[in-house]
Write a protein that binds this ligand. Structure first.
Ligand SMILES: Cc1cc2nc3c(=O)[nH]c(=O)nc-3n(C[C@H](O)[C@H](O)[C@H](O)COP(=O)(O)O)c2cc1C
Length: 203
C-alpha cells in the first residue's frame, strides 16, 4: 500500500518570501513559500497563492507583483505582520515608507536580499490556490545576507511553542493551538490558513 506521510513535504527545501502587490492606492502583501523559476529563456517565475488571500485578489486584478526574498535576519514580527493577518482587515503598509519598483509595487528593503518583479501571463485555478505564471520584468539584489529557508524559520525564528492546554493540536507552521480532543479534518488554521494535515497533537 502506498505510504502517505505528508510530513515528508516538510523536507522540501522552500525559501520564504513576502509577496507584494498593488491595486491603485491599495498596497498589500503576504508571506509565501512557493516561488520558483520556471524557465530561463525567457525568464519566467511561478508563485502559488491561496485564493482566500487578499494578495491573490490584487494580483488577479492588476497582473503584477514582487517577490521579496527574505533573509535570515527576518524577525518573527514580519511573519506576524504579513502572514498572520489579512490586508482585508488591516492596511499592512499604513505608515510604512517602503520604496516601489518599476511596476509601482512596494518592495521591502529590510530583511530582504533581492526582489523579483513578475507580470502574470497565466493564472491557473487549482481549487484552494492559484498558480500564477509570470514573466520576469525586473530583478535586483539588495545585499549579501543569506536567504531564509523554511527550515531556518522553523528552527530559529518561529517561537518554540509553550503549550498550556492539556489536550489539543498545534499548527506546525505558525504555532496556533486548537484546544480539544479531536481536530476536525476540515479545520483551517485561523492564523496562517494551513489545513489539518499541518497540525500535530500536543504532548
Ligand atoms: C510560514 C508561512 C508560509 C506561508 N506560505 C504561504 C503560501 O505559500 N501561499 C499562500 O497563499 N499563503 C501562505 N501563507 C499564508 C499567508 O501569508 C496568510 O494567509 C496571509 O495572512 C494572507 O494575507 P492577505 O490576505 O493580506 O493576502 C503562509 C504563512 C506563513 C506564516
Amino acid at each position: 500500500m502506498a505510504k502517505m506521510d505528508t510530513t515528508a513535504l516538510f523536507n522540501l527545501s522552500y525559501g520564504l518570501y513576502v509577496l507584494t502587490a498593488r491595486d491603485g492606492e491599495q498596497d498589500g502583501g503576504c508571506i509565501i513559500n512557493t516561488a520558483s523559476q520556471l524557465t530561463q529563456d525567457p525568464q519566467r517565475i511561478t508563485i502559488y497563492v491561496n485564493r482566500q488571500n487578499q494578495t491573490n485578489e490584487l494580483i488577479r486584478k492588476t497582473g503584477v507583483f514582487n517577490v521579496n526574498m527574505l533573509t535570515t535576519s527576518t524577525p518573527f514580527s514580519v511573519f506576524q505582520h504579513f502572514g498572520f493577518q489579512s490586508g482585508r482587515d488591516v492596511d499592512k503598509f499604513a505608515g510604512r515608507t517602503d520604496p516601489r519598483s518599476e511596476n509601482g509595487v512596494r518592495y521591502l528593503n529590510e530583511h530582504c536580499n533581492g526582489v523579483l518583479s513578475g507580470k502574470v501571463i497565466d493564472a491557473l485555478d487549482y481549487g484552494t490556490h492559484t498558480l500564477f505564471v509570470a514573466e520576469l520584468t525586473e530583478a535586483f539584489k539588495l545585499n549579501d545576507e543569506p536567504s531564509l529557508t523554511y527550515d531556518y524559520y522553523f528552527k530559529n525564528i518561529k517561537p518554540k511553542p509553550q503549550p498550556k492546554a492539556k489536550r489539543g493540536f498545534i499548527c506546525k507552521i505558525c504555532g496556533y493551538i486548537y484546544e480539544g480532543d479531536e481536530l476536525p479534518p476540515d479545520f483551517i488554521c485561523p492564523l496562517c490558513k494551513h489545513g489539518a494535515a499541518d497540525f500535530e497533537p500536543l504532548v
